[in-house]
Design a protein around this ligand. Structure first.
Ligand code: PRP
Length: 518
């Protein structure tokens, strides 16, 4: 159905088109109130994208919450054995990871509960693809929790979490380290490293996945399921364009089997996310399977402006200014990406390479990941220390081998750790410091500083500092010593998740030129 009322905004128009699409596929509108009991969400907190939920005390004294999610309520309201096709258009309330502010998010979603496994997958993914095509140039990426679980079989405990992070962030170096720490043979380490970067058009990527996982147990069935799904979809929708990307993964306590995400060119984050969640149904004591997806409509409003802009196919790179910047730029220059004037003393912030294919933004090192996460820069280079501190949701594609340093706890030589009182730690890395002391179950009082951190223990402002050490000169010249090492750091090439979908060729070309010299 075509809705062309001139007063409708883009997302309002797409909402109407989606309603029409969902209803013609015989899905019924599900309406819910704005509140649920706070406990309900707490019991299922790892299903949610964040623990931060807005709560208040209801008239009867119960702690209530403004809903951060709709699927949980639909599952709760479904009878055991019931077959249900529902869709919803609701506001959910979540805290943004980057801004720390709560936001009202307009979400539209669809759930197929209790349908035959294969048929429901074909139906739901087909509707997801049609929904995406209403928005513009998109990419629909499939993944499979069964495949990911099979890849991670050799890992347990902390190493499992590390290997999972390596897949999620496409971090081949972390996968290599983790696999080596798990004592895996070299040949398997090489394959896992390549698997951590695996992503691309459906057929070639599935073929490569088969090759790279030859002989591994548990991988064939999931790959076959993906293949069957793709064949069934191409039969009913010949123009469907699917990709495979194993960095898409969800919590195994809730999701199993097929999972997928949809991206829209010009939008930095996925605008559609879904998957099979039989495990969630089981947790609610319901035996029927279920699959569904949600679309984030607010993201579409912003694209109205972006879509009107002329197409810009240049690769945008955020480079850190200062100490690390010079060595990082030297690596780019060696790789043939030189750019006149970038090293000259000036206040200019945007530069272009000679061929006009690459644009550089010069930003503060601590801001690089924001530019990349929000998609303003497609890729960037920043320190691992800053990635650990910000927890930025970006892909970590390569270690640039420069800017090497250690994140340490340092203090006066006679300092001994004693949790009789909270440790006073001065730092520019509050999250890293908090995480370090939480692991030790020790109380800490963080004193946030922005520079000359070493002064804090010397003047009695703090007992210790949590900071980076590169050459060790600053500590030495101030008679301080390292008491513990938290992590090692170096410059990392990071990429925006959506740019990876739409500019993968350009990013891979740059990655190969860099790898030749790294
Ligand atoms: C960093 C860090 C240490 C110093 C360590 O400070 O905070 O102070 O480098 O380097 P070194 O081991 O080679 O001596 P930065 O130079 O960024 O300046 P700042 O003190 O203003 O933060």
């Amino acid at each position: 159905m075509d809705f062309t009322l001139p007063t409708l905004s883009r997302s309002e128009m797409i909402t109407l088109q989606l309603r029409s699409l969902f209803e013609s596929a015989e899905y019924q509108l599900f309406r819910m109130g704005s509140f649920e009991a706070y406990d309900f969400y707490m019991q299922n907190r790892s299903f949610l994208s964040s623990d931060d939920i807005i709560s208040f005390t209801g008239a009867d004294g119960r702690l209530m919450a403004l809903k951060p999610d709709v699927t949980l309520s639909i599952v709760k309201n479904t009878k055991p054995g019931e077959i249900r096709r529902v869709y919803y258009n609701e506001s959910v309330f979540r805290r943004g990871r980057d801004t720390g502010e709560y936001r009202e998010i307009n979400q539209m979603g669809l759930e197929y509960i209790g349908g035959a496994a294969k048929a429901s997958e074909v139906e739901v993914v087909s509707i997801a693809a049609k929904s995406l095509s209403l928005a513009g140039e998109t990419s629909l990426d499939l993944s499979h929790m069964g495949f990911i679980e099979a890849l991670l079989t050799p890992f347990s405990g902390e190493l499992y979490n590390e290997a999972l992070a390596a897949l999620r962030n496409k971090n081949p170096q972390l996968m290599r380290q983790t696999a080596a720490a798990a004592g895996l043979p070299d040949e398997l380490i090489d394959r896992l490293e390549r698997l951590s970067l695996l992503s691309g058009p459906f057929n070639t990527t599935i073929c490569l996945a088969r090759e790279l996982t030859a002989g591994m147990s548990g991988v064939l069935r999931p790959l076959e399921e993906l293949d069957e799904l793709s064949r069934a979809l191409s039969d009913s929708q010949p123009d469907i364009d699917l990709r495979v990307d194993f960095s898409i993964l969800n919590d195994v306590d809730y999701y199993n089997g097929l999972i997928f995400q949809g991206f829209l060119k010009g939008v930095a984050h996925p605008i559609l996310a879904g998957g099979r969640y039989d495990n969630l149904m089981t947790r609610f004591g319901k035996k029927q399977g279920a699959i569904g997806f949600a679309i984030y409509l607010d993201e579409l409003e912003r694209t109205e402006i972006l879509i009107k802009k002329p197409k810009d196919n240049r690769l945008s790179i955020a480079l850190p200014k200062g100490r690390m910047g010079e060595s990082v730029y030297a690596v780019f220059e060696k790789a043939g990406l030189e750019c006149d004037g970038i090293l000259e003393e000036s206040r200019k912030l945007i530069f272009e390479d000679k061929a006009g294919k690459v644009r550089y933004f010069l930003v503060k090192p601590s801001d690089v990941s924001s530019y990349v996460e929000h998609g303003v820069a497609d890729i960037g280079v920043t320190g691992k220390d800053l990635l650990l501190e910000t927890g930025a949701d970006v892909l970590e594609l390569a270690d640039m081998g420069v800017g090497k340093c250690r994140i340490v706890v340092a203090g006066k030589p006679d300092y001994t750790e004693n949790f009789t009182f909270p440790v006073r730690a001065a730092t520019k890395y509050p999250n890293i410091a908090r995480g370090y002391y939480a692991k030790k179950s020790g109380s800490v009082e963080i004193i946030m500083l922005h520079g000359s951190i070493e002064l804090a223990p010397l003047t009695g402002l703090a007992d210790v500092i949590v900071d980076i050490v590169e050459s060790g000169t600053t500590l030495k010249e101030n008679n301080l010593v390292v008491h513990d090492e938290i992590a090692v750091s170096s410059a990392r090439l990071i990429a925006n998740r959506a740019s990876w979908r739409f500019k993968q060729q350009e990013i891979n070309a740059l990655l190969s030129s860099l790898k030749e010299i790294l």
